[in-house]
Write a protein that binds this ligand. Sequence first.
Ligand code: SAM
Length: 258
Amino acid sequence: MSTRGSPDSIAGNIAQWTLTNAQHTAGGAESQWDRRDITWGVFGVREDAIGSPLGDVSDLDVVELGCGTAYFSARLALRGARPVGVDPTPAQLATALDMQRRTGIVFPLVEAPAELVPLPEASFDLAFSEYGASLWADPQLWVPEAARLLRPGGRLVFLTNSVLAFLCSPDVGMVGETLQRPQFGMYRIHWPDELGTEFHPAHGDWIRLLKANGFDIDDLIELQAPPAAQTHAFYDYVSADWARKWPAEEIWVARKQT
Ligand SMILES: C[S@@+](CC[C@H](N)C(=O)[O-])C[C@H]1O[C@@H](n2cnc3c(N)ncnc32)[C@H](O)[C@@H]1O
């Protein structure tokens, strides 16, 4: 893997998510916080259909890296976890705080990028990201931070776009059925007309990076859209039909060595 990633992406990603908050996430947070069930990805794959990658979270110290409006952490809090939400975008955290006030589900929120988290080492049992750090932070910096934050034996679980969907993504438009870009050299991308930078390591890069930071890899779950799933109204970069045939999203499950 090259060393192309660097925190020069952070300001652009905060700008991107300030805009997305105004366009979509602030308004949608209430319906997300209203729900208790955990589903995965834009097509809502039920957790029991994929072996519940988070497992039993009761009584665990959990850090969500790139928590956004923090609905995922709220659902874990309802299951008995003690989450801490970390996100660099003030607008997203303001929505999370507003939802905490409205619902009474309260946990700490920390304004920081996942590349540099102002929390003590070895203080969490589970680090996770649902399209937060996993897509928007530099993996060469946030994976070592996750390793630092976890206790020995702690788990790292993250959801992001699949490598295949990225390779089949044109610069503009939906994921198609032909390769659109090389795999060799993939790591970060600035899509035209977007303010932010996404990070897309290939599978070999993820494996080497996780192992280099003291993780064992337990699973790589490639999500399949359920039969009744429809293309998402907002995250419409990939159709439900495509995602029924090929994995559009993937969950990595790793464990910090003891
Ligand atoms: C798709 S949202 C996460 C959704 C989240 N699971 C939720 O419950 O709302 C992506 C989040 O990543 C955050 N983000 C952007 N750059 C980041 C970085 N360097 N480190 C951590 N999070 C980042 C954004 O601010 C945004 O809130």
